[in-house]
Design a protein around this ligand. Structure first.
Ligand code: ADP
Ligand code: MG
Length: 162
């Protein structure tokens, strides 16, 4: 089950959560974002990259056709994957995830497309929309690696995103 569930009232709450997670990122980290179309995966990812870059206006388009976009940022690289168009999980290797993780971190939308080829220490974030047509989102955090809970559980537990 989820080690933490966070209720988010609106887009600003999503951005604040993304800022908090950006603060604890380390090279080698993988964050997988699942959720239906329109759940807020790209909104979260864009906010995290902007916060990490320290550039609130940075253009962060979804890499729909290239499947990955790497941002060369002051602390380390961040790579934004959108695997929606991945045809075989094995294609992930060609995108160079392993090499990117030696020097940077990765954010992965539609991780289900690569499934078991993703590193086992990833943080999985499932975004759901409890009621149709409003801005409330539920972020459920999962990981097989206990370090994520240690790194972000404490700080988020005391924050309100509502
Ligand atoms: P996905 O990448 O999961 O398909 P997007 O981030 O592209 O989703 O789109 C999310 C949509 O939902 C945007 O239109 C955004 O304005 C809207 N939205 C409403 N409330 C929120 C929220 N709390 N967090 C993120 N997006 C929200
Ligand atoms: Mg998206």
């Amino acid at each position: 089950g989820a080690f933490q569930t966070i209720e988010i009232a609106d887009e600003q709450g999503t951005r604040r959560l993304a800022n908090d997670i950006a603060m604890v990122l380390k090279p080698g980290d993988v964050i997988c974002l699942s959720g239906d179309l329109g759940a807020g995966k790209s909104t979260f990812t864009r906010a995290l990259i902007r916060a990490f870059a320290g550039e609130p206006e940075l253009e962060v388009p979804s890499p729909t056709f290239t499947l990955v976009q790497t941002y060369d940022l002051p602390r380390f690289d961040l790579s934004h994957f959108d695997l929606y168009r991945l045809e075989e999980p094995e294609e992930l290797e060609e995108l160079g995830l392993e090499d990117l993780l030696e020097t940077g971190a990765a954010l992965i939308e539609w991780p289900e497309k690569a499934n078991e080829l993703l590193p086992g220490n990833a943080l999985w974030i499932q975004i759901t929309q409890p009621t149709d047509g409003d801005d409330h989102r539920r972020f459920s955090l999962y990981s097989d690696a206990p370090h994520w809970q240690n790194r972000i559980g404490q700080s988020l537990a005391t924050r309100s995103f509502l």
